[in-house]
Write a protein that binds this ligand. Structure first.
Ligand code: ASP
Length: 591
């Protein structure tokens, strides 16, 4: 037996008993002959004290111990000397006086110390991830992840859902991100794709009569680097037959309650409020509104319809919008902050960003001279202008005005630290997304969610009429504090409707057969109505853990450059392996 207790276990009540512990040398302190060791395992720390007068030989051995050596200690639990108890340590009342020390393994000099708090440089942490994982914070995060995942499994199991694995070697279909491809050796020149999500398989499970499916599913997307994305990530993936959006909402609200209870021991308020996509864009300039602060977008078309300010009038005359937000108490922003906001507005496509500062009872802005008294009065009451406020305006196409002010709103919230130290959990459903969006560069319609999403029944005529931009989807997202946790939809289950949507998305009949023949056939062989949703597990755990990056809740993440620094992957492979696959690298790649 390596140990009788873990390192977080021993208390006053154990004084006098014998204990065997095993773990890592967390700290060694040499106090003029007496040696103290904090022995660490995943449960905590226990102090071990070697005194030359009690055991000269052992103390000499202990003198040789280094950080992160792996040792076993056998000894007696004794009270700490009077005044030496450490109330911050659960085991702080006791220490071990050893009569045996076994060195299980020595550790070389470490790349960085195993301590909580400010971590070492991230590349170094990734290169020696197994050392990094010993830090109590990482161990806490991974154990939290386990509890949250288990709560998801338990909850869905209670609701009658069955966990079913779907293939990792699957088929490449154009549905969103770029696929990771896996060459086939048996059929040279052909490729499997790693699943971007088990979307088609889970729908086919519904056709297969399984009715309630879930999976803690690994998904793979070969996307260009965006901060805090991983090429592989985990979803809580759900699909059910004979369901309406209301059934999904109820299920998900129960699931989220279970996860927060397990992960953070809090009860959340349900049902979650709901907002349509159009409302979200109009009032928050985002399809994932952070409602923990107000600063809503206000529409000023009514007020400035006849404005003598060219920029406002021009935008409105050409069918656009004039919108504003009121950053309460932010008239005192610095020139740097103001430049930053203007830069941001331009970056996201606005022609400009107009501002009014309200200071000493005065509206400070070159704009104001263009406003009539009536316009000023209307503005004052519509955006509730008060001393100290900063009013920001964008006049542009509706979409641009919303998006730009939405981003500026978030940036100002950051500058004003509006959500710092908030432990509010603001869940929200966003519904009624558009089904498709036009990509002007590619000159084609793309699915906003994916091509299997069901158009709203009342919009089917618009789909027939080719008014694709007007068709809304039976789709919904769950948002928490301005972060999209997951999304899903009721699906198309009829072959003809699916073919119509594929056609609208520019998938030729030939490609429909070669790429999606399996699902189109299935839809003619008794496919029940069905729908589902999927959540990013990494992101949920990150938020529950209060971490800033999903890398903190994944055991072995890739870096932002998609590298595994520890194993140095991706890596070269043997010429023979390539030959077997029928793959020849171009000269440029070999270099
Ligand atoms: N498969 C979708 C996704 O990964 C979610 C869903 O529609 O269920 O985004």
């Amino acid at each position: 037996m390596y140990r009788t207790h873990d390192c977080g276990k021993l208390r006053k009540s154990d004084i006098g008993s014998a204990a065997t512990l095993a773990g890592w040398v967390h700290v060694r302190r040499d106090l003029g002959g007496v040696i103290f060791i904090d022995l660490r395992d995943r449960e905590g720390l226990t102090q071990v004290v070697f005194r030359p007068e009690e055991n000269a030989e052992l103390t000499k051995q202990a003198h040789q111990l280094g950080y992160e050596d792996v040792i076993q200690i056998e000894g007696k639990v004794v009270p700490r000397a009077p005044g030496m108890a450490n109330p911050r340590m659960p085991t702080g009342d006791i220490e071990i006086v050893p009569d045996k020390l076994v060195i299980l393994n020595r550790a070389d000099v470490l790349p960085f110390p195993v301590i909580d708090g400010e971590p070492a440089n991230e590349d170094l942490r990734m290169s020696y991830r197994y050392v990094d994982l010993r830090r109590p914070q990482m161990s806490r995060n991974l154990r939290l992840r386990h509890r949250v995942t288990k709560a998801a499994r338990d909850f869905l199991d209670e609701q009658g859902f069955v966990e079913i694995e779907t293939p990792i070697l699957s088929k490449s279909t154009p549905e969103g991100a770029r696929d990771f491809l896996v060459p086939s050796r048996i059929m040279k020149g052909k490729f499997y794709a790693l699943p971007q999500a088990p979307q088609q398989y889970k729908q086919l499970l519904m056709v297969g009569g399984l009715e309630k499916y879930f999976q803690i599913a690994r998904c793979f997307r070969d996307e260009d680097l965006r901060s805090d994305r991983q090429p592989e990530f985990t979803q809580i993936d759900i699909e059910a037959s004979f369901v309406t959006p209301e059934d999904i909402f109820l299920l998900v609200e129960g699931l989220m309650s279970a996860l927060l209870r397990a992960g953070r021991d809090v009860e959340i308020a349900t049902p979650f409020p709901r907002m349509t996509y159009a409302q979200a864009m109009d009032q928050f300039g985002s399809d994932k509104p952070d409602r923990r602060f107000e600063m809503r977008l206000v529409d000023l078309a009514e007020i400035f319809r006849d404005s003598s300010f060219k920029m406002f009038r021009g935008a409105l005359d050409s069918g656009g919008a004039v919108k504003a937000i009121n950053a309460k108490g932010f008239a005192s922003l610095t020139t740097g902050q103001s430049d930053d906001l203007t830069e941001m507005a331009k970056h996201y496509g606005a022609k400009g960003l107009a501002m009014i500062k309200v200071e000493n009872g005065e509206w400070k802005s070159p704009l104001v001279k263009f406003f009539s008294e009536a316009e000023k009065e209307a503005l004052r009451s519509k955006v509730l202008v008060e001393e100290g406020d900063l009013i920001l305006f964008v006049a542009d196409k509706w979409e641009i005005a919303c998006e730009v002010l939405g981003r500026i709103r978030l940036r100002i919230a950051e500058m004003q630290k509006l959500t710092a130290n908030s432990d509010q959990l603001d869940f929200l459903w966003v519904t009624d997304f558009p089904l498709m969006q036009y990509d002007a560069a590619e000159k084609k319609w793309n699915a906003v969610h994916h091509p299997f999403t069901r158009p709203k029944a009342e919009d089917l005529a618009k789909l027939e009429a080719g008014e694709f931009g007007q068709v809304k989807a039976e789709a919904y997202d769950v948002v928490l504090n301005g972060v999209e946790l997951g999304g899903g939809s009721i699906r198309i289950h009829e072959r003809d409707l699916q073919a119509k949507v594929f056609a609208a998305l520019g998938v030729s009949e030939e490609n429909q057969e070669s790429l999606f023949g399996h699902i189109l056939r299935a839809f003619r062989l008794g496919a029940p109505p069905h729908g589902g949703i999927a959540f990013g597990l990494d992101r949920i755990v990150m938020m529950i853990a209060g971490e800033e990056s999903i890398r903190e809740v994944i055991a072995f993440p890739k870096t932002n450059r998609m590298l595994d620094l520890m194993s140095q992957s991706p890596s070269d492979v043997d010429e023979r392996q390539l030959r077997e696959l029928g793959i020849k690298l171009s000269e440029e790649k070999k270099a």
